[in-house]
Structure formats: C-alpha cells, structure tokens
Design a protein around this ligand. Sequence first.
Ligand code: AHR
Length: 321
Amino acid sequence: MKTSRRTLVAAIAAAPLAFGLSLPAFGQKKIVLGFSQIGAESEWRTANSESIKSAAAESGIDLKFSDAQQKQENQIKAIRSFIAQKVDVIGLSPVVESGWDTVLKEAKAAKIPVILTDRSVDSKDTSLYVTFMGSDFAEEGRKAGRWLLEKVKGTSGDVNVVELQGTVGSGPAIDRKKGFEEIIKSEPRIKIIRSQTGDFTRAKGKEVMEAFLKAEGKKINVLYAHNDDMAIGAIQAIEEAGLRPSKDITIISVDAVKGAFEAMIAGKLDVSVECSPLLGPQLMAATKDLIAGKTLPRRIVTEEGIFPMEVAAKEFPKRKY
Ligand code: AHR
C-alpha cells in the first residue's frame, strides 16, 4: 500500500499527541522555565524535584533547574542568571520567607513573571509574583494539633511535647508551629517543653533529639517533628537511648512520604500529616497559561489528608512519593 506525502506529514504531526505529549508545533519556540529549587534536604524535596523535572519533560517545557543547597544567596544568584538568560518564566521555591524584594523587583523590571511554589515570601508588594501554589502549612500544624488533642482525650497528667522545627525563617517552620500551638492552647496540660530547629534533615533531627533526651529524658511524652525526615532521625535517637518510639514517646510528623509509612507500619511513628510534593504538573500548566496570556488565581492550595498508623499498611501501596 502506498502512503501519500500528506498522510505521512499528518501522521508525524499527530505522533506526539498519540504519546500524550504536547510538544511545540514545528518552528514554535519552546517555553523556557528557570526553576530555583531549595536543595535536596529531605525525601519530600527529592520527590518535588523529580515531579518538576518529569512534568517539564512531559509538557515540552525547556527547564533550567538550579539546586541552591539550602542557601538563599544561591537562589538569588540563580534568579539573576535566569534574568540574564531571558527565560520566559521563573519558578521559585524560597528557602526562607524574607529578603526577596530586591531580586524579585529585578525580575519584574525584566518583565519575567515569577511563580512561587511550595513556599511563599513575606514581601509586602504582592505584584512581585503572579501566584503562590502549595500547601497550607498552618492547617498542617492544626491537623497535627487536633490529632494530639484527640489522642490525650480522657487521659490525665501533663503532656510534655518536644518540637523539631524546620529551617529557621522558612514558611513551613513558622506556620506549622503556629497552627499546632493555636490548637493545643485549648488543653493546658499540653506543654511544649523544648523546641529547636532540625533544619528538615534526618541527621539534624537525630542530633537535636539526642540533646532533648539528654536534657529531659523520660519526661518527654510526645515528639512533634515538622517533617518526616527529622522524625525518622529522632526515632533512631530514641531507640539508641533505650526507649520505644510510639510506645514511650508518641511521634507526630508532617509530609507522609514513603519512609514515614514504613516507620508507621513498623509501629514506630504514630501519625503523619500529608504535604504533597507533586507540584510539577500544576507548575507546568500555570507556566503555559501565563504564556498564553491567561490570568492565574493568586493562591492555589494543595489538597491533603492525614494518615495515622492504623491506616498505613492499607494506604502504603497507593503512595506516589
Ligand atoms: O516546604 C516543604 C517542606 O520542605 C517539607 O515538609 C520538608 O520535608 C521539606 O524539606
């Protein structure tokens, strides 16, 4: 059977669609997205970077990805380099909330729109970014607090909590603390006796928990960790101190990554509040909408749940990160 030239051209043009890809048409320039990532501090962050990279490849967006190794100065340098390269859109997950105005003004002057993902900034001038997509961190803290209130209902005596905070000055550390405190204040028996940063990493989480145990020992009833990695590091410290995680110390954390599910299934972590890192597809859709001249909502909130130990084994096979 002979294939005409026209049939062949149509078949080639349709091929990307058949594979679910939306590549730019012939001759059309690819959208260039510069993305400044915080680093690789946690299992969550690894899943987030992977989501962004794979979504960019699937959407036919040219992604310039920069890892700041948890340093704001590296993120500022990356944004300046994106401006110099004249990218179409800048994506930013800011390590801390403050100190962004100058560089965001430079992006605005260069007419490059900025999308904030995962974490936000505290700039008074909200015209410096077009939207902020990500979790409601205060609500995550409230969910953790409500779970604890429920857990201590009907018991008596003090409930001594130690808190492992995230990176100092970061949105999730500030808001998860605030949200948790807002809820537990209705139960005066619950007291935060120690609170310190573990910088969202396993190593720091372990180190700080060791110090908490040394200082407070068996007085500690509950650990509230702002992420799963710090909780997993702390579990090691608790076991090394001869105590039983979850049995001697109730453990509450945030993210709901696979590592947390494994710890829950092993009976070592009581509950993890979900914080989804799968922001890539949303970021690519927003980038395309911006280039197409559409107006984005100012805030796009990720929907999330909470997973107590009792449901971990059933939920685990469904987890994507
Ligand atoms: O900003 C999201 C937080 O950053 C996650 O909870 C934490 O694991 C990550 O490093």
